[in-house]
Structures are given as structure tokens and as C-alpha cells.
Design a binder for this molecule. Structure first.
Ligand code: CA
Length: 238
């Protein structure tokens, strides 16, 4: 049994479908349809013993008694449990702030279960990085990034990157498969005083894509999350 998931979603049919999918994935699901219910369930679950401990929270942003954001912020003051946002397209602004506030990832409705399961897998892996240190080698789409050797290989040939390009790639690799917001990238690569300079990112991502992607205009490796940030595609299993 993979553990318990708290699912906070007021749309009944979506909640039932997600519950079935999560159960097929081996999770037990505790359902909540409002912030009040979610808060109550979370408070109960957080003190449970290991086999019944909460492993993941999935929260919809548009809930009948308010914005799921308040629940997410509160949860983050209590716990570092993996947390995935599911939301409608119009909730974009809120999502960015929540990702900066510690939510692990987000999915825009409608999404596929394959996508949901991939996001869950990635979020779980990153949250358990204390026990399992992040890999120093990344492989996907014909690219190999080796942090130890400080090199990037593309189809067997070394790619020359500037120090900033490498730093940006390394930052994305730390959370491969997961979205990293513009602010997070700018703060970590350039420094806190540069968080508004999103044009740096556009420039450097274009350079990286030219060096690493088969078709730079149709990136498979360095994915744009419009209005939010970037995602390095999930590493291929080695
Ligand atoms: Ca809703």
C-alpha cells in the first residue's frame, strides 16, 4: 500500500474519478470537498502512525468556502508533505505564488491520469531527497548532464555551456520533472535582487535550447510553463 492521499476537490464526478485512479495506483484516498473538510481531515491524518500517515495532498483551488490557496499555505506551516495543485486555467496567478510558497507542482484541468501519476511520482521523489540524494547524472532525449564532471554530452559529443547556462541547467535538474517558477530560477541562478528580470531567463533558455534541443522551437527537454516557469523533462530511468 502506497499510503494515504488527501484529495480536496468539490467537483463530485472529478473527485470520484480521481479517487478510482489513485486507488488503482495503490493509494487509499480520503476525500474532502471544502477547505473546512480538508483542514479537519489533514489535522486528523497528520498525527497518524506510519501505515496510515498522509503521503500526498491534492488540492483544487476553486472551493465552495474559499480559495484552496489558504489551505495550501496553512498545510505548509504544518508539514512538508508532497502537495499538488489542480486548478482551472483562470487560477494562473494564484498558482505561481503557491509554487513559490512550497507547493510541489500543478495540473491544469482537464489532465490525464498518466500525467497526474507522473507528477505524483516526481513530487514524492523530490520530497524524499533527504533520504535519497538527488542523482548527479541526468539522461533524457539524447542528453547527459553530469554534475560531478561538470559536463553536458549530446549524442556522445561534449556541449560547451557558459557558466550561467550550466548553473541554470543544474538548478532545473535539481527538480527534474517538476515546474520551477521564474522567481525561483532567477533567485537561485542570478540572485534575489534579480527576481523580476524574466528576460534573462528567456535569453538563456533560448541559448540552452539552441545547444541542446533537436528542434529548438519544439523543445522536448526544456519545457515552458506559460506564465509560470520552466520544467526540465523527467529523467529517463537508467
Ligand atoms: Ca472546484
Amino acid at each position: 500500500m502506497a499510503g494515504q492521499v488527501l484529495l480536496v476537490e468539490d467537483d463530485r464526478s472529478l473527485r470520484q474519478t480521481l479517487t478510482k485512479a489513485l486507488e488503482l495506483g495503490g493509494y487509499r484516498v480520503v476525500q474532502a470537498e471544502s477547505i473546512a473538510e480538508g483542514t479537519l481531515s489533514f489535522s486528523t491524518m497528520i498525527n497518524r502512525s506510519d501505515s496510515e500517515a498522509i503521503k500526498l495532498i491534492i488540492v483544487d483551488l476553486g472551493l465552495p468556502d474559499g480559495d484552496g490557496a489558504s489551505l495550501i499555505r496553512w498545510v505548509r506551516t504544518q508539514s512538508s508533505v508532497p502537495l499538488i495543485i489542480i486548478s482551472a486555467r483562470y487560477d494562473d496567478n494564484s498558482k505561481v505564488n503557491l509554487l513559490d510558497a512550497g507547493a510541489d507542482d500543478y495540473l491544469v484541468k482537464p489532465f490525464s491520469f498518466t500525467e497526474l501519476m507522473a507528477r505524483i511520482r516526481v513530487a514524492m521523489r523530490h520530497r524524499h531527497q533527504d533520504e535519497n540524494p538527488a542523482p548527479r547524472i541526468y539522461r533524457a532525449s539524447g542528453i547527459e548532464i553530469d554534475l560531478q564532471r561538470h559536463q553536458v554530452i549530446r549524442h556522445g559529443e561534449r556541449v560547451r555551456l557558459t557558466p550561467t547556462e550550466f548553473k541554470l541547467l543544474e538548478r532545473l535538474m535539481l527538480q527534474s520533472g517538476q515546474v520551477v517558477t521564474h522567481r525561483q530560477l532567477l533567485a537561485d541562478v542570478w540572485g534575489a535582487e534579480f527576481v523580476e528580470h524574466t528576460h534573462y531567463l528567456r535569453l538563456y533558455m533560448a541559448q540552452l535550447r539552441n545547444k541542446l534541443e533537436e528542434v529548438p522551437s519544439q523543445p522536448k527537454l526544456l519545457i515552458t510553463e506559460p506564465g509560470i516557469g520552466y520544467r526540465l523533462s523527467e529523467a529517463e530511468p537508467i
